[in-house]
Design a protein around this ligand. Structure first.
Ligand code: 6PG
Length: 251
């Protein structure tokens, strides 16, 4: 992996604006190089702002959604129209307003009987789309991630069994300590680390401790799961606001 890049923005809006620009730029180069753009969406409040900006085409280069394919990094095991669903959030903020065609969107299938079955089905969806063998990791162009104040990313929670899954791009997890208390489906470390780019969007003072631990290499992935994100041959970029980044240089 090349050296991670850190970009400090003034506030949450600044992070969302920079993220929208980053996504637009990367969509152009991905489509130019490979004819398509594979983007993994995150849940969370800062990504949501970035999705609104992307849909409004108000910042940076507009994404050609007819050549983009949208996946999800994690999902709460709730119906698609539930208030807690990441798919619902993405639909309301981006997919609907930008008019993205349903055949370009790959939600995690929370209509299965168990989260384990949903995870297995999503792994198959990825295998088919990326034309890889079972257990082989797909290479997304861009994985968006948020950081929880406990250091989790996607739905990879501290000390969870999901952290150790190596043989599938997707697994499931009981909830961590942060709400909502519902089972999750999540990409695994090997899937995230096979991406060409990983972009963290981090804002708010409550993230400062976790962010410092991860960036300074102070914590193991079992304690602060985001420390396990290190793309094998891709790039890692941190978009951080001042409040979240205030301890980064403190030793
Ligand atoms: C989710 C997320 C989760 C989120 C972080 C940060 O489903 O909740 O995908 O990993 O990104 O908890 O969320 P905020 O950006 O809202 O703080």
């Amino acid at each position: 992996m090349s050296e991670p890049e850190q970009i400090i923005c003034a506030d949450t809006d600044g992070v969302a604006e920079r993220a929208a620009r980053f996504i637009g730029d990367l969509s152009l180069s991905s489509i130019a190089e490979r004819g398509r753009f594979t983007l993994v969406l995150a849940g969370g409040s800062t990504p949501k702002k970035a999705y609104h900006l992307l849909a409004a085409r108000s910042i940076g280069p507009a994404v050609d959604w007819s050549k983009a394919n949208l996946f999800f990094g994690d999902e709460r095991f709730v119906p698609f129209d539930d208030q807690r669903s990441n798919f619902r959030m993405a639909h309301e903020s981006l997919i609907g307003p930008a008019g993205i065609s349903a055949d370009r969107v790959f939600p995690m299938p929370t209509d299965r009987t168990t989260p384990e079955r949903a995870a297995r089905a999503y792994a198959q969806t990825l295998e088919q789309f990326f034309e890889v063998q079972p257990g082989e990791m797909p290479s997304f162009d861009l994985v968006l991630l948020g950081l929880g104040d406990d250091g989790h990313c996607a739905s990879l929670f501290p000390h969870a069994a999901a952290l150790a899954v190596r043989d599938s791009p997707v697994t499931w997890s009981p909830p961590g300590v942060l709400p909502p208390p519902v089972d999750r489906i999540t990409l695994t470390f090997p899937a995230i680390n096979a991406a060409r780019h990983v972009l963290f969007l981090v804002s708010g003072a409550n993230k400062a401790d976790a962010l410092r631990d991860v960036i300074a290499g102070r914590a193991a992935p079992t304690e602060r799961p985001a420390a396990g994100v290190c793309p094998k041959s891709g790039r890692l970029t941190w978009l951080v606001d001042r409040e979240a980044g205030r301890l980064i240089d403190a030793r």
